[in-house]
Design a protein around this ligand. Structure first.
Ligand code: FAD
Ligand code: NAD
Length: 469
């Protein structure tokens, strides 16, 4: 009789801990080795802390519209001040509480958690240096690598943790920056630019491309740029940072064209590098790409039998939700359960700025290539009654469908709480729902979701002008 399958997981972020729960549920004997804390970077330093900060910033953005909504704030918005210590304490406490909740859940499900650093020493042999000084060896049937990434640092912008910072170091500041220079206008950069500006900082956003949010819907990026500019965020477009240096209480960011920007702090959000060094991958024969990621197939297999990988370390789609799904899929596959391979066309994601930008499935860029003929429509939020009531004028709903069948294949929503509105579109994409089926479902009146249904209704007759090619 075959014994219990021994599963060893390296890394306790969403990729690792969600896999551990499934592995244990399916009868595996699961050991999870984590270096920093349960929940990984997602919970301790990246996703959860940034969204907690943004929750505070959102309140201030709402208050800014008080006057337009007929409220009188004596002294104006300046009468409200930010208690930086309280904001940061709340963030750190909430992240730790979330990490503890995850650890408790894992323990109660029977997962063995070890604190330390692990690496492979052969295809399915793992060696762990534990924080208590012990060294442990494991001969596993299944290994899952879910070690995440580390912020990229520019060689000429040495991170000092005080004024030249990465996103993990922001919550240790006593006071929020007076003038923050955010370098990098990817999702991380724009989220922090939006949040810190709302918290009262002067913000300059150094954006290397023509538009912020490269790779995202360009109509959405345009709305965001307009919103940022009208609020007073200084977008330094088509500029690359060469380095940064300290000068007393200031930071000078130098651009590759020789210009200099002065601030009190600089946040570098210029991407991340996978944690694959010192992981013993060579000893196990696990392939690594030029960028250092571990290539996997749609059921999270690496090239070595029995060795799986999940999450940011794979470079598939660096989201907590995808990491978690890849981890679960790895266990379903490894432990012989029914498994649906990962389909990134069904992944919804959101940029937590003000307004939010949520997307799923087909993108405008893909539609524009003409490889697949689609019909598309864009409904401005400005005409939505709820939107007017809430004094929200920018934003839109964009839907893509196949012209012959009307099946919804993608969407973009730019609106407050777009992260919640996108779920209906995600469901439509995953279940291949048509625009007619979608628009037959009732929406609440008045509601912003009414505009999502309106977009579907407008695609009922997919006339020539709605076709992208
Ligand atoms: C600022 C920011 C905000 C984000 N916001 C969102 C968001 O809102 N929504 C979203 O879906 N995604 C968000 N993301 C992305 C999300 O954080 C990542 O996709 C997610 O963390 C990936 O999970 P993971 O399990 O692959 O890795 P991680 O969460 O990075 O966890 C990996 C863990 O492995 C551990 N580890 C590494 N090497 C070893 C070793 N040798 N031995 C033992 N342990 C090891 C690390 O300590 C770490 O805890 C955000 C990212 C950033 C940077
Ligand atoms: N809300 C969310 O779900 C969320 C939030 C943050 C991050 N993430 C995930 O993390 C991934 C990575 O996002 P990111 O923004 O951290 O990294 P990124 O690699 O997507 O963006 C970094 C940006 O910095 C720019 N850059 C690089 N060097 C530069 C320089 N010297 N000067 C100026 N700009 C420079 C790059 O051109 C790029 O646009 C995202 O794709 C997303 O999946 C998700």
């Amino acid at each position: 009789m075959k014994g219990v399958t021994k599963v060893v997981i390296i890394g306790g972020g969403p990729g690792g801990y969600e896999a551990a729960l499934v592995g244990q549920q399916l009868g595996g004997d699961v050991t999870l080795i984590e270096r920093d804390g349960m929940g990984g970077a997602a919970v301790l330093t990246d996703c959860v802390p940034s969204k907690t900060l943004i929750a505070t910033a959102e309140v201030l953005v709402r208050i800014e519209t008080a006057k337009q909504l007929g409220l009188r704030v004596e002294g104006g918005i300046d009468a409200i001040s930010v208690d930086d210590a309280a904001v940061n304490k709340r963030i750190v406490d909430l992240a730790l509480a979330q990490s503890n909740d995850i650890a408790e859940r894992l323990k109660s499900d029977g997962v063995k958690i070890l604190k330390g650093r692990a690496r492979l020493e052969g295809p399915r042999r793992v060696i762990a240096q534990l924080d208590n000084g012990d060294e442990r060896f494991f001969d596993a049937d299944i290994v899952l690598l879910a070690t995440g990434t580390t912020p990229r640092e520019l060689p000429d912008a040495p991170n000092d943790g005080e004024r030249i910072l990465n996103w993990k170091q922001l919550y240790a500041l006593d006071q929020h920056p007076e003038k923050l220079i955010v370098v990098g206008s990817g999702v991380t950069g724009v989220e922090f630019a939006s949040a810190y500006h709302a918290l009262g900082c002067d913000v300059a956003l150094v954006s290397s491309r023509k538009q912020v949010l490269p790779g995202q819907d360009s109509d959405a990026a345009a709305v965001l740029e307009r919103a940022f500019t009208s609020r007073g965020i200084d977008i330094v477009g088509e500029s690359r940072a060469a380095g940064a240096r300290r000068e007393g209480d200031s930071v000078i960011v130098t651009l590759t064209d020789g210009r200099e920007i002065k601030g009190t702090h600089a946040l570098f959000a210029v991407g991340a590098i996978p944690n694959t060094q010192d992981l013993g991958l060579e000893s196990a024969g696990v392939n690594v790409t030029e960028s250092g990621h571990i290539p996997v197939d749609r059921v999270s297999r690496t090239n070595v039998p029995g060795v799986y990988a999940a999450g940011d370390v794979t470079g598939v789609f660096p989201l907590a939700s995808v990491a978690a799904m890849q981890g679960r899929i790895a266990m379903y596959h490894a432990l012989g359960d029914a498994v649906t391979p990962l389909d990134i066309k069904q992944v919804s994601s959101n940029v937590f700025t003000s307004p939010e930008v949520a997307t799923v499935g087909m993108t405008q860029e893909e539609a524009d290539t003409g490889a697949i003929k689609v019909a598309t429509v864009m409904v401005p939020m400005a005409s939505n009654a709820r939107s007017k009531m809430q004094n929200f004028r920018d934003g839109f709903v964009k839907l893509f469908c196949l012209p012959t069948t009307g099946i919804i294949v993608g969407g973009v929503i730019v609106a407050p709480r777009a992260s919640e509105l996108i779920h209906a579109v995600t469901l439509a994409v995953s279940q291949r729902i048509t625009v007619d089926q979608f628009s037959q479902a009732f929406t609440v009146y008045p509601s912003m979701s009414g505009s999502v249904a309106e977009a579907a209704r407008r695609l009922h007759r997919r006339d020539e002008e709605l076709l992208t090619s």
